[in-house]
Design a protein around this ligand. Sequence first.
Ligand code: DLL
Length: 436
Amino acid sequence: MIKHNIWNPAAECMPREQIRAIQLKRLQSVVRRVYDNVPLYRGRMDEKGVKPEDIRTLEDLKYLPFTQKTDLRDEYPTGLFAAPRKEIVRIHGSSGTTGKPILAGYTRNDLENWSEMMARTLGAAGATEDDTIQIAYGYGLFTGGLGAHQGATRVGATVVPISSGNTARQIMLMKDLGTTMLCCTPSYATHIGETIQEMGIPLSDLKLRAGCFGAEPWTEAMRQRIEELLGIKAMDIYGLTEICGPGVAYECMMQHGMHINEDHVIAEIIDPITEEPLPYGEKGELVFTTISKEGMPMLRYRTHDLCQLNAEPCECGRTFVRMNRIMGRTDDMLIIRGVNVFPSQIETVLVSIDGLAPHYMIEVDRKGTTDSVEIQVEVNEGVFTDTVGQLEGMKKQISERIKSVVGISANIKLVAPKSIPRSEGKAKRVIDKRKL
Ligand code: DLL
């Protein structure tokens, strides 16, 4: 018999009509809020001829404008904030380093709601005040660490805010404190598990029972490996900075899709090309509208994550719609060792260096649990005849620039002019060999 732990049954198991009623009321209020406070939304709604009072039913959502990551960049740092600065009590940012991160502002109520969403997430994995939860997501601007921290605190668990890295120390504390739950990225969980194995520590020395893993794509095979390595139940959790962070959606013990916190967000699936909403069950791009956020509400935010929604009732008793595993992205964003990387950022660096041709190939691979990146880039004829020392110097310059601008270490391979295949259509610049 599976035990279904439900942190907040009144919310998580609400009848569908009640969820829809809450969604409509909150949607109307958030639309009014952004129309009155955020010039970008007012402008876009005026352009479409939609006024806040035109939102009479949930189906009217489709008349609202979309938002994208570029809007956050254009409105950097706080142009999309919908609350006065004195009400903003926290700012988080994206894990990518495009030079400038995308930022999200939270009011006190936003932090409360986010904590609740994460408490449900951890609660679904069985967290209670008897647990010791080790949080090995990074703390800082990234939402993983503090997001999980707040949820674990709300549950009343003993929180170990160790952040990511220093694996030997992670394992030592895990053992000494009798950690029962682990929160980190799935790749780091695998690495911790493999290290425990290499160190010859028997699982019986540990009290680990469950883990909440997300922030990057992973597979069922990886889940099995983590469950075996750590002797735990490995749960998938999803979220993004723009919407709040982790806790947007979470798996229950059925491990069959992630329940979306629908009293705080409305999820849609759209066709990424036509932008038309698609019915439940169809694969498309996930779009979120936040309905309780005050600091930085998002209307119809295009995540570029590909996924399907499932409205079938779940055996656990929760009534929230489920999203399945993320199946890929509509854009070309790569997540390399937890850092969001756009090939265009790499391109920008390459084209800024003299002697390089704008032809390159990014190859991403995964050795064990670590992502590796190799960038092949063509040099110009003049450079090709340079000495080995000069070429080495150039490679060093490129990798340092990539490290500082993009935030990742890459192995640079300089190749002869015209050796990278040309394309007549869209160029394929990325080979992702990771089996994700
Ligand atoms: O990764 C928030 C988070 C922290 C989620 C901890 C879960 C756990 P960002 O850095 O803004 O926020 O990256 C968001 O990461 O659009 C997805 O492409 C990807 N992502 C997040 N969770 C999952 C998941 C955090 N469970 C982007 N499966 C999202 C696949 C995921 N991809």
